[in-house]
Write a protein that binds this ligand. Structure first.
Ligand SMILES: [Zn+2]
Length: 340
């Protein structure tokens, strides 16, 4: 299987995040990428490559142009940040009031971000662009018919990034960029397996009939991102009926997950897509530090097998997974299942 790597992921290397006012070590680090890459190389059967340079990654097909410009500018500003020894830029104030508007650089961090887990560093823009570049190249491979199953190994993840806001460690929505490229060729189904609801992907395609978004995740009553991921969010306008949320109680294991997975697959079959995209978070693993579900490592191969049976051109894009001891094996198991 061809694996497309984000060539610039290491440029984004946060050392900390802010959780409820506490500074804690960052979970989303380049070591995740290294762990997965090592597991792929150890397993064999994967061809790892970087995407060719591309001046035309269609970021603004899914993100607002002013948001893209903000990220570029703020990361450049982070280069010159002199607060303490940290290059991290954090939002301190979030929009409020009946008509929030500002041009203040400090305030804009809150305007374009919705949490304090998602700092801007000098290399964040490049790393996020690298992920979108890898995803768009993989989408081209799929669109050309040259490949039927491609995996994008990238970080930071993307599925929490909305059209105009970063959050949840995500800046550009790689899955959405790929889906927007493929959609003109035929309907696209996105299935998000990350334990946290894919709010960004839902947000971007909520009113579109040509992209089905399905997410299996921990119940947002108890788990990030809290404000979305509920079953009654089913789409709007032309997109009514093309968004399916399948939340599971925290602590859920294989039996409950199998039921939700079957529902997700059945929704894809009904939609009859031309392309399938899997947002592959593996943080539903039992040992994930920020998950809360109880899936064992071997089960990820069974999940992959379920998707293989769809026999659809498939793009797999890496999302979460934060236990460095197991993240690589979970990914390898999923890819084995979908490819074998
Ligand atoms: Zn996650």
């Amino acid at each position: 299987m061809r694996v497309i790597l984000n060539p610039w992921q290491a440029d984004h290397a946060p050392t900390m995040e802010l959780d409820g006012g506490d500074i804690i070590p960052a979970y989303e680090t380049p070591s995740r990428f290294t762990a997965i890459r090592k597991a792929l190389e150890a397993a064999g059967g994967f061809t790892l490559e970087e995407p060719p340079p591309s001046p035309d990654v269609p970021l603004t097909a899914v993100h607002h142009a002013d948001y893209v410009a903000f990220l570029r500018q703020a990361c450049s500003q982070a280069q010159h940040n002199r607060r303490g020894s940290s290059p991290h830029l954090w939002p301190s104030v979030f929009p409020f009031g009946p008509n929030p508007q500002t041009h203040n650089a400090k305030a804009l961090r809150g305007r374009y971000c919705y949490d304090t887990y998602t700092p801007l560093l000098p290399g964040t823009f490049a790393a996020a662009l690298g992920g979108a570049t890898a995803a768009s190249y993989a989408a081209k491979l799929l669109a050309s018919g040259r490949e039927t199953c491609v995996y994008v190994l990238t970080r930071p993840p993307g599925h929490h990034a909305e059209a105009d806001r970063c959050g949840g460690y995500c800046y550009f929505n790689n899955v959405a960029v790929a889906a927007a490229m493929l959609a003109p060729l035929g309907p696209v189904a996105i299935v998000d397996l990350d334990v946290h609801h894919g709010n960004g992907t839902q947000h971007i395609f909520y009113d579109r009939a040509d992209v089905l978004t399905v997410s299996v995740h921990g119940d947002p009553h108890d788990l990030y991102p809290f404000f979305s991921g509920y079953p009654d969010e089913t789409g709007t306008g032309a997109g009514i009926g093309t968004n399916l949320n399948l939340p599971l109680p925290l602590g859920s294991g294989v039996p409950k997950y199998r039921v939700a997975l079957t529902q997700a697959i059945e929704a894809v079959v009904r939609f009859q897509p031309t392309f399938l995209i899997v947002a592959l978070g593996v943080d539903a693993h039992e040992a994930d530090p920020i998950g809360g579900m109880t899936l064992p490592t071997p089960f990820f191969e069974e999940i992959g097998t379920q998707f293989r049976q769809l026999q659809q051109p498939t793009l797999i894009v890496q999302e979460g997974g934060y236990n460095l001891d197991v993240v690589g094996d979970c990914v390898v198991n999923f890819l084995k299942g979908i490819a074998s």
